[in-house]
Design a protein. Structure first.
Length: 476
């Protein structure tokens, strides 16, 4: 039952997430000296991409107005001038304002001469940009002096550099205190470094946990990110933060990806745009992954987000395709118990996967007319001969129904020492349970018939087996 309290919280979440405002459209008056009769573009960032929002041709006096009946979503926008030179503007609630600057062909000058009236957010950002430009100039000057400085001057220059840093920090603190809800404050927070404590040590000064700083940094990585603030999506910083976390901070293993994805999606719950962006971004990253086993992530997203009605924006045709793909991958994920198959030998004797008594079982799905199979089968035979005494059995599963073709292939390839099997009546469901859409397809199972590796080539299979035996030898 939806209580009054629940409804109120939902309304508040929408207001906080969207920063809702009366929709009076946008009216941005622009003047750029030096660009009379020129076409300029209003663009915006979204994730790691940039999009054009509006086009404007300035008049003979270099004036013009970007207009729209629907308000712009809060974020960092930029005006692109001839030569593909941009300058940024922070746009939020106040969208009836003016900006002016001068075009000299140098991007820095667009900021140097930039002025704005009518929007606190734009003016705050312009002031900040110009302040930082001056700080960079001062720093560059001091660095140049440092390169030529004598020993007695170095301390003075270092003190000046420290003072510059203190001035920047003071400006950040001022914006955080006096403009806490501004987009600029949110952007500065997302870029703020995490203060990492020193390693914990025992009484003798020895480090107690060598991974402490990494674990601390990972735990606090998103402390300064508001996942209820959809404005951050329209900046160039948010997706970089997400990408860095998934690519640099966490183990690229399915269970870890699933855990960390759920953590972030839970933070974005209630902010539909943020939730949708994160879900699509992470899904796309791992749906296209070449790392073995990541299909477990796809199944997780399908079951828990897309196929249970939570992705209300998703196209029904796409969802149906996803549903089919999830079912194809559900049974053969790395770590799963291999689905039992009842097959038959060339002599029509029943044979099962569970009946193979081996330290490792290789399932080699093939068809003789397949060019890739013709190349892979001799390699697989060589591997089987090499590892047979070490407890590896190969079950060669013929995927077609021409027994004569199959028999000739077994004989020509010398596969008499394999467990040769087929499904003449297509009753086992091997194509579904093992996602056999192409051949050859190779699976590696352990003694308990759990899937260790899947859809790999013979060279990778050999490496995995060597690693498995090395791991076991190490335990002895």
């Amino acid at each position: 039952m939806r209580t009054i309290k629940h409804c109120l919280l939902t309304i508040l979440a929408v207001l906080v997430c969207g920063f809702a405002k009366a929709d009076g459209g946008y009216n941005i008056k622009v003047h750029i000296d030096g660009l009379a009769d020129s076409t300029i573009y209003l663009c915006y960032y979204f994730g790691d991409k940039q999009y054009a929002k509006d086009t404007l041709k300035l008049d003979k006096k270099a004036n013009g107005t970007f207009k729209g009946s629907k308000s712009l979503e809060g974020g960092i926008y930029f005006i692109m001038v001839p030569g593909n030179i941009p300058f940024d503007l922070m746009i939020d609630k106040e969208q009836d304002f003016s900006v002016s600057t001068k075009f000299t062909g140098v991007q820095a000058d667009l900021y140097k001469y930039l002025k704005s009236e009518g929007s606190t957010d734009v003016s705050l950002y312009v002031d900040y940009q110009q302040f930082m430009a001056k700080q960079y100039e001062k720093r560059a000057t001091l660095r140049n002096r440092m390169a030529k400085a004598k020993a007695d001057e170095i301390k003075e220059i270092n003190n000046s550099l420290t003072l510059l840093d203190e001035e920047v920090n003071a400006r950040w603190d001022d914006i955080e205190t006096n403009h806490h809800n501004s987009l600029l404050a949110a952007v500065l927070r997302i870029n703020k470094d995490i203060d990492i404590p020193d390693f914990p040590r025992d009484a003798d000064g020895n480090v107690l946990d060598s991974a402490f700083q990494y674990k601390f940094y990972k735990k606090h990585f998103f402390d300064n990110v508001d996942f209820q603030d959809a404005r951050l999506l329209r900046t160039s910083f948010f997706q970089k933060k997400i990408d860095r976390y998934f690519e640099k901070m966490i183990l690229q293993a399915p269970d870890t990806i699933i855990k960390e994805s759920k953590m972030l999606l839970d933070k974005a719950e209630g902010c539909d745009e943020m939730f949708r962006f994160l879900l699509q971004t992470i899904f796309n990253k791992y749906n296209n992954s070449d790392i073995m086993g990541m299909d477990k992530v796809l199944v997780f997203f399908g079951d828990n987000y897309y196929l249970n009605g939570r992705a209300t924006w998703a196209d029904s045709t796409w969802l149906e395709k996803l549903r089919e793909r999830v079912e194809e991958l559900r049974y053969n994920q790395v770590g799963n118990q291999a689905v039992e198959l009842k097959l038959y030998t060339y002599d029509d004797q029943p044979v099962t996967i569970s009946g193979v008594n081996a330290e490792y079982t290789v399932l080699f799905f093939f068809e003789p007319s397949c060019g890739h199979c013709k190349k892979a089968t001799p390699k697989m035979k060589a591997l089987a001969d090499k590892f047979w005494e070490r407890g590896v059995e190969v079950m060669g599963i013929y995927t077609q129904t021409d027994k004569e073709e199959w028999g000739k292939f077994i004989e020509s390839q010398g596969l008499d020492n394999w467990i040769n099997a087929w499904d003449p009546y297509n009753q086992s469901g091997f194509r579904l349970f093992y996602d056999i859409r192409s051949t050859p397809s190779i699976y590696l199972l352990d003694r308990g018939k759990k899937i260790i590796a899947k859809r790999i080539d013979v060279e990778t299979l050999e490496k995995v087996l060597e690693d498995e035996y090395a791991r076991k030898d190490k335990k002895k």
